[in-house]
Ligand binder design. Structure first.
Ligand SMILES: Nc1nc2c(ncn2[C@@H]2O[C@H](COP(=O)(O)OP(=O)(O)OP(=O)(O)O)[C@@H](O)[C@H]2O)c(=O)[nH]1
Ligand SMILES: [Mg+2]
Length: 311
C-alpha cells in the first residue's frame, strides 16, 4: 500500500515543457546524523514521510519520497546518517547508506549551518568524490544563523571539495527549498516518469505507522534509550468507523521498559496519544492504538533479533 495525495497533482508524462526533456531520477541527502536530511526530504515533498527527531540516528530505513513536477519527477531516497558504527545495527545502516549512494543520480551533501565543518563532513565528501552522481552541497538550518555566519559556512563548505553547486536552505522556514529542487532536478537524466502521478512514497503503510510510533516514543528519552527503541506494527484491522492497530514497542533491557512505560503508564499513554494523532492524519481515519512494550535483549547486536525487527 502507498500513501496517495487526495487530489493527484497532474503532470505531463513525457515531453515536458518546451524544448526541455522530461527528467526523472533518484537523489539522496547524505551527511552526519542530525544534519536535517529527513526534515528536508519532508519539506520538499510537502508531507511527513520520514520521521525526524533531535536525537542522532533517527532514520533507520531507506525511505523513498516522490516529488511530482510538470517537467520532472524527483525521487528522494532518505537514508540514515553515516556514523562510526558501534553495533551490528550501526554497521547495517552504514552499508545501506553506501549502497544507496551508488544508485542515485544526484547527492545532496547536508552540512548544518550552525555547526562547524568537521572531520566527518570531510570524510564523507572524500567518499562521494568516487561516485558517478553529481554532488550538491546543501547548507541546512540557515534559519538558525545570521548572515555573516552563513557566509562563512558557505565558504568553508565550498573549500571542502568540488561541488556541482552549493545551496543554503532552511527546511523549517522553507527558504530556498524550491531553488534546491530546481538545482537537483537539473541534474536528473531525461527519463519517462518512474512512479504514478499520485504516489508520494512506496513505503508500506504498516512501516509508516510504526515509524510514527517510534517518533512519539523518542520524544523526551535520553542517552542510550533512543537507539534501543524499535517498533513493529503487528496488525491493522479496518472496521466500520476506525482502524484498530496493534503494535509492539521493543527495548533492550527491563530497566528501559520501566522508563518507556512510566509511572502508572503515564509516559506510554502520552506516546500513544501523540502517535495516534499523527497516524489519524496519515490514514485519514479514526484510529484505536494498542501499544505493548516488550524486551528484546540487546537486539541491536543480535543478528536474529535484527532480522525479526526488519533490519
Ligand atoms: N531550525 C531548524 N531545525 C531543523 C531544520 N532541519 C532540521 N532541523 C532539526 O534538526 C533535527 C534533526 O533533523 P532530522 O531531519 O531528523 O535529521 P537527519 O539528518 O534526518 O538525522 P538522522 O536521521 O538521525 O541521520 C530535528 O530536531 C529537526 O527539527 C531547519 O531547517 N531549521
Ligand atoms: Mg533522518
Amino acid at each position: 500500500m502507498s500513501t496517495r495525495t487526495p487530489a493527484a497533482r497532474g503532470g505531463s508524462r513525457v515531453g515536458g515543457t518546451g524544448t526541455e526533456p522530461y527528467r526523472a531520477g533518484f537523489a539522496c541527502f547524505v551527511g552526519r546524523p542530525n544534519a536535517g536530511k529527513s526534515t528536508l526530504t519532508n519539506a520538499i515533498v510537502g508531507q511527513k514521510i520520514a520521521i525526524t527527531s533531535s536525537k542522532p540516528q533517527t532514520t533507520r530505513h531507506v525511505i523513498r519520497a516522490v516529488l511530482h513536477r510538470p517537467e520532472a519527477q524527483l525521487v528522494l531516497v532518505d537514508t540514515p546518517g553515516l556514523h562510526r558504527p558501534r553495533t551490528l545495527l550501526g554497521e547495517r545502516l552504514n552499508d545501506l547508506v553506501r549502497s544507496t549512494w551508488s544508485e542515485v543520480d544526484v547527492i545532496g551533501l547536508c552540512v548544518p549551518a550552525n555547526e562547524p565543518v568537521g572531520r566527518g563532513d570531510r570524510f564523507i565528501t572524500g567518499e562521494l568524490a568516487e561516485l558517478k552522481a553529481k554532488v550538491v552541497a546543501v547548507v541546512t538550518k540557515t534559519d538558525l544563523v545570521d548572515k555573516k555566519r552563513l557566509a562563512e559556512q558557505l565558504l568553508a563548505v565550498n573549500e571542502m571539495g568540488e561541488f556541482a553547486a552549493v545551496v543554503p536552505v532552511s527546511a523549517v522556514s522553507g527558504h530556498q527549498v524550491d531553488t534546491l529542487v530546481d538545482v537537483m532536478t537539473g541534474y536528473l537524466p531525461p527519463s519517462p516518469q518512474l512512479y504514478p502521478d499520485d504516489m508520494l512514497t512506496d513505503e508500506p503503510e504498516q512501516v509508516l505507522v510504526a515509524e510514527l510510533i517510534r517518533e512519539a516514543a523518542l520524544e523526551g528519552v535520553r542517552d542510550e534509550l533512543p537507539h534501543s527503541i524499535a517498533v513493529v506494527v503487528e496488525e491493522m484491522i479496518p472496521e466500520d468507523q476506525l482502524i484498530r492497530i496493534y503494535a509492539d514497542v521493543y527495548v533492550e533491557r527491563p530497566s528501559q521498559k520501566a522508563i518507556v512505560i512510566g509511572h502508572q503508564a503515564s509516559r506510554l499513554k502520552d506516546v500513544g496519544t501523540r502517535a495516534r494523532q499523527q497516524i489519524e492524519e496519515l490514514l485519514g481515519s479514526r484510529v484505536y492504538l494498542d501499544l505493548h512494550v516488550r524486551v528484546a535483549k540487546d537486539w541491536q547486536r543480535d543478528p536474529r533479533q535484527l532480522r525479526k525487527l526488519g533490519f
